[in-house]
Design a protein around this ligand. Structure first.
Ligand code: FES
Length: 96
């Protein structure tokens, strides 16, 4: 696991201005979003920018959000079983 002295940091831990700047807290929710202290501006891979002024912003990591890149809790939806409809009991089969 990276430490403060390893890659990924912008700015140094050498007493420069970066070390006196308030750090942003990022929380990784297992199976869910990444929650970042807001306000934030998110830049997508196509250059689109999404702004949020909320005090905490949940960024979708599952790509199921209808409000991507913001989490809409779609990650909580149960995953469909890989089991085919015919293999399930009659009362649990898909209606087509
Ligand atoms: S992480 Fe919540 S909808 Fe994707």
């Amino acid at each position: 696991m990276p430490t403060d002295d390893e890659g990924g940091a912008i700015g140094g831990n050498d007493g420069t201005a970066a070390s006196t700047t308030k750090r942003t807290t990022v929380r990784i929710v297992k199976g869910g979003p990444i929650v970042i202290d807001g306000p934030v501006e998110i830049e997508l891979d196509d250059g689109t920018r999404v702004c949020s002024d909320r005090f905490a912003v949940a960024v979708c990591t599952c790509r199921r959000s209808k409000n991507y890149p913001l989490c809409d809790t779609s990650h909580r939806a149960k995953k469909r079983s890989a089991q085919s409809s015919e293999d399930r009991p009659a009362d649990q089969r898909d209606i087509t």
